[in-house]
Design a binder for this molecule. Structure first.
Ligand code: SF4
Length: 443
């Protein structure tokens, strides 16, 4: 393995066994998706990308990534292809208990203690596919930390709250949040394919409080029908794409029948944790309800696998615009090189990096939260140094329900006569004649 691909692996905490994967691949296997750049030409400080552009352009995506292939051989060797690629099989075989997790992960005492304490809090569930992306031997693996609890999850520090965004305070009917004038957040269910330990809605997710019942949905739909100012509905939860095709079709159809609802969005982590769910049948349902946009939740370049790329391609081919929302997490993606590899991979998967979120101060999140300066440092490391489309907007969702506030590194450094003084991405100061002010200065 080259130094460069080793670096990307170590960033994900996934540094083991890739050589074994490739060594174990049969001659008929599709080419590995892990880039093996030529060390004589590649600059030493550029991390490898998990997705190879030529594969995407040639539409020759391997059906299964090398790490996942190896995991399957080790733990699900007898499982038929048709089962492995079936999203319902994946959900049925999710890892939920300490015993199940211990079969594939070398659990630390810390992780075991946290798993035993989880009880009634945010559940633990990891699909076999997503489990294949974690490092079984390294508890510091970034992706592993996002789905396997640790004791810090039970530590409440100043400023944290169970509902920091005061969604409950802006909820006129159960599961509907009406904070902004022209749009609502509709929490259609409280179940997810895989549970993220930093989830903003951990107070309700997996708690059986927001079931996808017809009665609750109809109450929310009635509220939307009776508020003509609502032109935009964001479906979230829980993960709406874990609903059946029929239920999604019903819900989207009802929303589409409301004349003032112009725009429907779905927030989902499914393409990252359960890409098998993006079936032709699901896509057929979704494309019936345009204009429909999807906000995908990707965290790390290690999630950009052949499987997730194929899922995104299917959605994009159906004309669904794809944006990504990434939460900035300490020890997971708080590094310019990791973030750059992620946004580049997303663009190649036809996903526009949309928001970079400062982690919300939910209870037990201190081990995930970075400083705000770290977020600005990442934006400084992207802006100007890569394609503008690759640079997400860095936002803080203001505690208490203040809404999203966008943060930019300071570019406006002052004025001189009629000019504004601007700092560019290289740190150089440039002048710009500022309209009327420049004219008055010239008089
Ligand atoms: S998928 Fe979304 S709603 Fe579900 S646990 Fe993760 S962040 Fe929370």
């Amino acid at each position: 393995m080259t130094q460069l691909s080793a670096r990307l692996d170590s960033m994900a905490g996934l540094g083991r066994n890739l050589q074994e994967v490739d060594a174990g691949a049969s001659p008929d296997d599709p080419p590995s998706f892990v880039t093996e750049p030529d060390p004589s030409t590649a600059p030493a400080n550029v991390p490898a990308l998990p997705i190879q552009l030529e594969h995407l352009l040639a539409r020759r995506l391997p059906r299964i990534g090398p790490r996942t292939r190896m995991f399957r051989r080790a733990h699900f060797a007898d499982v038929k292809d048709s089962d492995w690629h079936d999203w319902k099989w994946q959900l049925r075989h999710s890892f939920k208990t300490t015993e199940q997790l211990a079969r594939v992960l070398e659990l630390t005492a810390e992780e075991r203690a946290a798993l035993d304490r989880c009880g009634s809090l945010l559940p633990v569930a990891v699909t076999p596919y997503y489990m294949s992306l974690l490092d079984g031997f390294d508890a510091d693996c970034g992706l592993r930390r996002t789905v396997v609890p640790v004791q810090n999850e039970f530590l409440r520090t100043p400023g944290e709250a169970d509902d920091p965004l005061d969604e409950d305070g802006h909820s006129p009917v159960p599961g509907l949040v009406h904070r902004y004038p022209d749009r609502v957040l509709f929490l259609v269910l409280d179940r997810c394919a895989t549970y993220c330990r930093y989830c903003t809605r951990s107070r309700v997710v997996g708690q059986d409080e927001l079931r996808p019942g017809r009665e609750r949905w109809d109450t929310a739909l009635d509220y939307i029908r009776s508020h003509p100012e609502i032109r935009d509905v964001l479906l979230s939860g829980g993960d709406p794409l874990t609903l059946s095709d029929e239920r999604l079709d019903y819900l989207l159809g009802e929303l589409r029948r409301i004349p003032h609802v112009q725009f429907v969005r779905i927030g989902t982590k499914v393409p990252a944790v359960l890409p098998q769910r993006i079936t032709p049948a699901l896509v057929k349902v979704l494309r019936r309800h345009h204009p429909l946009w999807l906000s995908l939740h990707f965290l790390h370049p290690a999630e950009c696998t052949p499987e997730s790329a194929a899922a995104c391609r299917r959605l994009a081919d159906a004309g669904i615009p794809l944006g990504s929302q990434t939460v900035l997490l300490k020890g997971v993606n708080d590094d310019v090189a990791v973030m750059k590899a992620l946004v580049h991979s997303l663009l190649m998967m036809r996903v526009r990096p949309y928001y970079l979120y400062q982690c919300d101060p939910i209870s037990g999140s201190s081990h995930f939260r970075t400083t705000v300066e770290k977020g600005l440092e990442i934006i400084r490391g992207l802006r100007g140094f890569t394609t503008g489309y690759a640079v997400p907007t860095y936002v803080i969702d203001a505690p208490g329900g203040g809404g999203k506030i966008a943060l930019q590194p300071d570019c406006l450094v002052g004025r001189d006569g009629g000019d504004v003084l601007l700092r560019n991405y290289e740190g150089n100061i440039h002048r710009y004649p500022d309209g009327q002010a420049a004219l008055e200065a010239a008089r």
